[in-house]
Design a protein around this ligand. Structure first.
Ligand code: A3P
Ligand code: MG
Ligand code: MG
Ligand code: MG
Length: 347
């Protein structure tokens, strides 16, 4: 199956959501960053992006019934005192849709926006088709004006078959090596992959054709580059990279943009262990993992098993996630297992 119709709808939805998020990032004030019950940050862009993707998918894929598993909920937006914030989000969503010919001009109320966000309440699972959305992944990076992503994937019978990811602040040439970062023309990438068809990237702006990407062919670990999350220092990452003989310091980056960087060879390895038993959600990995694997990479848990997206909102996996190239995987896995033994960490 080619998933051409689904891919076109997903690219349109994610591109528009990225446009909305860029508008918000230009003028975001600290006072506009809310804190959710789990103490993580959320902004108008997280809610607005989820509403845009939900509305665009629903319209483009009609009459199919949309099942969407997405991060944001409307509980806080429905509370007294949120009216002005919600009206602001509604205006953002309307302005974004008005800029796209096929969606322009439709009336949009605050209730329409709440309903569109609530459409993301599906639980996913192992049967049927489910869209998986992280409307802003790396909200912390977004708030700092750094890396973030809009990640959308399609699960069919529990397997990721399609992924689209916008990285509005990612340089087109490379995010890891020094490039001309002063040129805004060179920033903003749209990655996409469908099962069996490879991974492509195109600029978020303009009409340049997509280009196929491949993971790095480097087999020299001394020269390898390694990515990890920005916000937490994870001691086991240091011991794994030391065993591997990697010389460079880790590149710390927010969001699934890390998977995209592995997919196009900016870096060879992305490690994601957690300190506090954090349970990984499927929307933090669905789009990124297919973008890496279709470019020739491997994504697995610390036991070397593929990630299982079929068990609902949470990933069924063993401690730690590894994304790297097929060539380097045996070495990385060996170093991971040895380091886990030394640090008395268990699967
Ligand atoms: N303590 C924790 N450990 C690991 N991941 C966490 C975490 N708390 C939140 N996260 C998840 O990590 C994601 C960001 O990943 P990264 O660190 O690679 O940027 C967050 O996505 P959101 O920003 O979409 O909420 C959130 O889902
Ligand atoms: Mg979040
Ligand atoms: Mg996320
Ligand atoms: Mg998010």
């Amino acid at each position: 199956m080619s998933y051409a119709k689904e891919l076109a709808a997903a690219k349109k939805a994610v591109s528009l959501a990225a446009r909305l998020s860029q508008e918000v990032q230009k003028t975001l004030l600290q006072s506009q960053v809310w804190t959710k019950s789990d103490r993580s940050p959320v902004t108008a862009a997280d809610y607005g992006s989820q509403a845009v993707v939900s509305i665009v998918l629903e319209t483009e894929l009609r009459p199919e019934k949309l099942s969407l598993v997405a991060e944001e909920e409307t509980g806080d937006l429905r509370k007294k005192g949120s009216e002005v914030f919600l009206e602001g989000i509604t205006k953002l969503v309307k302005d974004t849709l008005d800029a796209e010919e096929s969606h322009a001009g439709s009336p949009l109320s605050t209730d329409d926006v709440l309903n569109a966000i609530d459409c993301g309440k599906s639980e996913g699972g192992c049967s049927g088709c489910h869209w998986v959305l992280d409307p802003i992944d790396g909200t912390r990076g977004f708030v700092r004006g750094e890396q973030y992503a809009v990640g959308l994937a399609l699960l069919v019978e529990g397997k990721v078959v399609l992924g689209v990811m916008a990285c509005p602040n990612l340089p087109l040439p490379s995010a890891v090596c020094e490039t001309d970062k002063s040129s805004q023309e060179n920033v903003g990438c749209l990655f996409f992959a469908t099962t069996g068809s490879g991974t492509y990237v195109q600029p978020l702006k303009g009409n340049s054709p997509p280009q196929k990407v491949q993971v790095s062919s480097n087999e020299n670990l001394e020269e390898a580059k390694f990515l990890e999350s920005y916000h937490l220092s994870i001691p086991i990452h240091g011991s794994i990279t030391k065993k591997l003989g990697i010389k460079a310091l880790p590149v710390r980056m927010d969001s699934q943009a890390k998977y995209a960087c592995v997919s196009r060879g900016d870096a060879e390895i992305y490690l994601r262990f957690t300190l506090n038993g954090h349970r990984e959600r499927i929307w933090d990995h669905a789009a990124g993992s297919i973008i890496t694997t279709e470019a020739g990479g491997i994504v697995c848990d610390a036991a070397g098993k593929s990630l299982d997206f079929s068990k609902g909102k949470y990933l069924a996996h063993k401690t730690g996630i590894i994304a790297t190239t097929k060539k380097l995987m045996p070495w990385v896995l060996k170093a991971v297992i040895e380091s886990m033994e030394e640090e008395n960490l268990h699967f």
